[in-house]
Design a protein around this ligand. Structure first.
Ligand code: NAD
Length: 479
């Protein structure tokens, strides 16, 4: 395995790359080895004031920049991200731990969002509405909402910032983004590509800091007109309250506990072998992951056997190693959480079919874990595991399956496997989820809206819908 270098870390404010000189710092750690990769400068209150002032000036410039020019810069940044895919993917694997093949895929998909929204920038049109009186011209315009404060987590260090930045910048907004402090280099690499592509200074600032201090200062500022967050429900609620105090709209993506309904006529390999691959992808730290496998009772034993065999075959290791399929967890918090969820489920009567333990040695490794017949009282039936744990339970009929699938306040992703068209239609109709895969797990696409129902979030990112949150309506009635 090669020893690879990590980029120096900065804040990016008003077109300047600011280093750690005179600032507090926090260590960024490789979760596969516990090695310190670098020190991340943290913004203080005066840095954030500078970022706000720059975003205000940046907005004044960018909102008047022709959509075609905005599109040109975003498209050029996408090309640079693609050229730099190996470098950015390596940074991401070092700081987040996912296998290099997944990091590459994520960088390329992040670039696709910039290209998609570059094209959407040119289609922000309005309406001419016939008036009730003669001689009156009524126009409806859609304008950029204003400077955006965006907050993204550590699990998808490139694509989550990309979904927010690409749409907001295409709309003509300026942005201050605070990516996760645990995996900061990928977002900085996207900012570098935008800077190199000619984004005017002040249009984008990237800051890191004490998360609560950063969000309270930014959201309270009158400069900020829109908030976007991806992360946990408690933090999402907190930021929604702060945004509400200033009557600022917020887009939220807050995770899920994705049910998978496997009916007796399903393609069992697609459901079980594909299910294990999907459940443990990203070490299970994926908000749209398939987590609760609900299997029709008569095929439950066969499904379980294949699922467990496929889980045992997964290769766990450092993401830089080409054979690795499952990397480490992102941090020590996640390790402790997995141990406690497994211990609780087993104590309450779940059958531990494989895994269940930390893997000794350096790094935050946890065995891919399958729990069957998990009692409804177990915590893992209620809390998003956000790690390498799959839970399996049998069901009898469609109604039972839908009741269990929709039981939780989450409504992000859901999946179903059946060869029967009637069942597929009824299931898709009955599932309370923003994103549904029928007979497949890999469902996300640039051109589709990504977002949840119920407490999983507000609004969606990506697709033709993704730009609307960054626009406001204005009508002009003219005689
Ligand atoms: P968290 O919500 O505390 O942190 C997620 C991100 O939000 C981090 O980047 C963090 O810096 C930021 N954050 C935290 N507090 C903040 C605040 N007051 N203001 C602004 N930003 C803030 O989650 P975590 O401890 O990193 O992970 C715990 C759980 O969160 C996970 O187990 C999972 O359930 C959920 N999570 C969901 C996603 C997702 O994609 N929806 C991503 C990460 C974590």
């Amino acid at each position: 395995m090669k020893t690879l270098s990590y980029d120096p870390l900065y804040l990016f404010i008003d077109g300047r790359w600011l280093d750690a000189e005179g600032r507090d710092t926090v260590a960024v750690v490789n979760p596969a080895t516990n090695a310190v990769l670098g020190r991340l400068p943290l913004a203080d209150a005066s840095d954030l004031d500078r970022a706000l002032a720059a975003a205000e000036r940046g907005f004044a410039t960018w909102r008047r920049t022709a959509p075609a020019e905005r599109a040109r810069i975003l498209k050029a940044s996408a090309d640079l991200m693609r050229e730099r895919v190996e470098h950015i993917a390596t940074l991401m694997t070092l700081e987040e731990g996912k296998p290099l093949v997944e990091s590459r895929d994520e960088v390329l998909r992040a670039a696709d969002y910039f290209e998609w929204f570059a094209e959407e920038a040119r289609r922000i049109d309005g309406r001419v509405v016939p008036a009730n009186r003669p001689g009156v011209l009524q126009l409806v315009k859609r304008e950029p909402i204003g400077p955006v404060a965006a907050f993204t987590p550590w699990n998808f260090p490139a694509i989550t910032p990309a979904r927010k930045l690409s749409a907001a910048l295409a709309a003509g907004c300026s942005v201050i983004i605070k990516p996760g402090e645990e995996s900061p280099a990928a977002a900085l690499a996207l900012a570098r590509a935008l800077d190199d592509a000619g984004l005017p200074k002040g249009v984008l600032q990237v800051v890191f800091g004490v998360p609560d201090a950063v969000s309270s200062q930014l959201i309270a500022s009158p400069v900020i007109r829109k908030v976007a967050f991806t992360g946990s429900m408690p933090v999402g609620r907190l930021l929604a309250e702060r945004a509400a105090a200033g009557v600022k709209p917020i887009t939220l993506e807050l995770g899920g506990h994705g049910p998978v309904l496997v009916f007796r006529d399903a393609d069992l390999d697609a459901a079980a072998v594909g299910g294990a691959a999907n459940r443990f992808r990203g070490t299970g730290q994926i908000c749209i992951s398939s987590t609760r496998f609900l299997v029709q009772r008569d095929i439950y034993p066969r499904f379980t056997e294949r699922f467990v065999a496929a889980t045992r075959a997964l290769v766990v290791g450092d993401g830089l190693d080409a054979s690795t399929q499952v990397g480490p967890l992102a941090n020590a918090r996640q390790l402790a959480k997995m141990e406690s969820l497994v211990e609780d489920a087993v104590r309450q009567g779940a059958r531990l079919l494989t895994g269940g333990k930390r893997i000794p040695g350096p790094g935050y490794f946890f065995e891919p874990t399958v729990l069957a017949d998990v009692p409804m009282s177990a915590r893992v039936m209620h809390e998003e595991p956000f790690g390498p744990i799959a839970v399996l339970r049998p069901f009898d009929g469609l109604d039972d399956a839908l009741t269990e699938a929709n039981r939780l306040p989450y409504g992000l992703s859901a999946y179903a496997f059946t060869r029967d068209a009637r069942t597929a239609i009824d299931v898709a109709d009955g599932l309370e989820a923003g994103m549904i895969g029928i007979n497949q797990y890999r469902i996300v696409a640039t051109e589709l809206p990504f977002g949840g129902m119920k407490e999983s979030g507000i609004g969606s990112e990506g697709g033709a819908e993704g730009i609307h949150h960054y626009l406001v309506n204005k009508f002009i009635s003219q005689i």
